[in-house]
Design a protein around this ligand. Sequence first.
Ligand SMILES: *[C@@H]1O[C@H](CO)[C@@H](O)[C@H](O)[C@H]1NC(C)=O
Ligand SMILES: *[C@@H]1O[C@H](CO)[C@@H](O)[C@H](O)[C@H]1NC(C)=O
Ligand SMILES: *[C@@H]1O[C@H](CO)[C@@H](O)[C@H](O)[C@H]1NC(C)=O
Ligand SMILES: *[C@@H]1O[C@H](CO)[C@@H](O)[C@H](O)[C@H]1NC(C)=O
Length: 320
Amino acid sequence: MLRQVLLALILSSMTQLSESDEKALSYNGGKIMTEPIKLSLLWFGNKWQSSGQEALRNAILSLTSTTPTSSEVPTLRKWWEIIRQYTDSSGNPATGNVNLGPQCSYTGPTLNVTVKTIMGIGGAVFNKTLIGKFGSALNCDRVFTVENNTIYHVLFDDGVGFNNSDENGELRSRCSGEFEPIETGGGLVKMVWARKPTGPSDQCSWVISGRSEMGPPNGDKGLDDMIGFVLGNIAEQVTNGDDRGWTDGFHGVSSLCASQMETGDVSPAFVDPVSKVRFNMIGTNAYRYMVQEIWDQRIKNCALQISGMKKSFLFLSKAK
Ligand SMILES: *[C@@H]1O[C@H](CO)[C@@H](O)[C@H](O)[C@H]1NC(C)=O
Ligand SMILES: *[C@@H]1O[C@H](CO)[C@@H](O)[C@H](O)[C@H]1NC(C)=O
Ligand SMILES: *[C@@H]1O[C@H](CO)[C@@H](O)[C@H](O)[C@H]1NC(C)=O
Ligand SMILES: *[C@@H]1O[C@H](CO)[C@@H](O)[C@H](O)[C@H]1NC(C)=O
């Protein structure tokens, strides 16, 4: 009887919580990446174009680039400043230095790919001998190394087909995620992933939402969709890599705001009147991007930049 009453109480307080819809993140004492970090990239698939790869790399390097940009359009650096408000237990802010590490490309078979296959390749990139065993299907500019301040990121192109079994389901039903720790020979590492959506009906296709004739900022919709997920992954790993950082117990800085994207509430954007491309952020080297909102703890809301100007730049403008 007592147990039933307790259960009823718990259930009613849960309902109240969801009714008030109070979102908030709190710090749980875990690791925050406060030191300079590197992104080690594993490009998976044989449909990557160098222009797309360059756009993605440029987005990563734009997060903390010190190159000044004069523009009315917010910069990716401003977006990253939201992340820098998240501190560790000593009050050190999240890293202000995001760089690129080694990169590998896997161009072997990409149909019926299983998590096991990916884990095998993910482990091999840490070992020169194992890389060699893949022959021309695996090329690395450098061998990956096991380090604390590195984010290991697998990037799937839209030609990769995942094996149709439950254990690989997340790769098809989600846009990005984490793998179980991978054995590398030098210790376990966690790898995160994002995939390029396969077409307009793919649920990970969010840029523009197909309701406009305006084009994606880098001319490749799937790539522009994916850049948002990669940057979201980086933000999550830096602030909540061990699930004990800044979280509401379920979501982190990026995933807490992801539902706004799913509802088609595409964030405000700028439009180039000539090329008709649509974007909400600029990076270095005049690259343009569409990026999701992230959780800004100061204004207790999702935002694109630290100032809390959330809705005030909700306009379409002639961009330079
Ligand atoms: C993938 O594997 C399944 C069986 O597991 C098979 O039926 C299917 O034809 C395969 N598809 C490709 C493209 O190889
Ligand atoms: C990573 O950090 C842990 C805990 O701070 C430390 O024990 C370990 O030696 C570090 N590993 C490397 C490869 O730096
Ligand atoms: C796909 O995965 C299932 C279950 O793990 C397995 O039985 C099947 O052989 C796999 N197919 C291929 C082509 O790897
Ligand atoms: C690399 O892999 C080979 C083959 O499995 C193994 O013999 C070697 O010890 C590995 N090297 C390192 C540094 O782990």
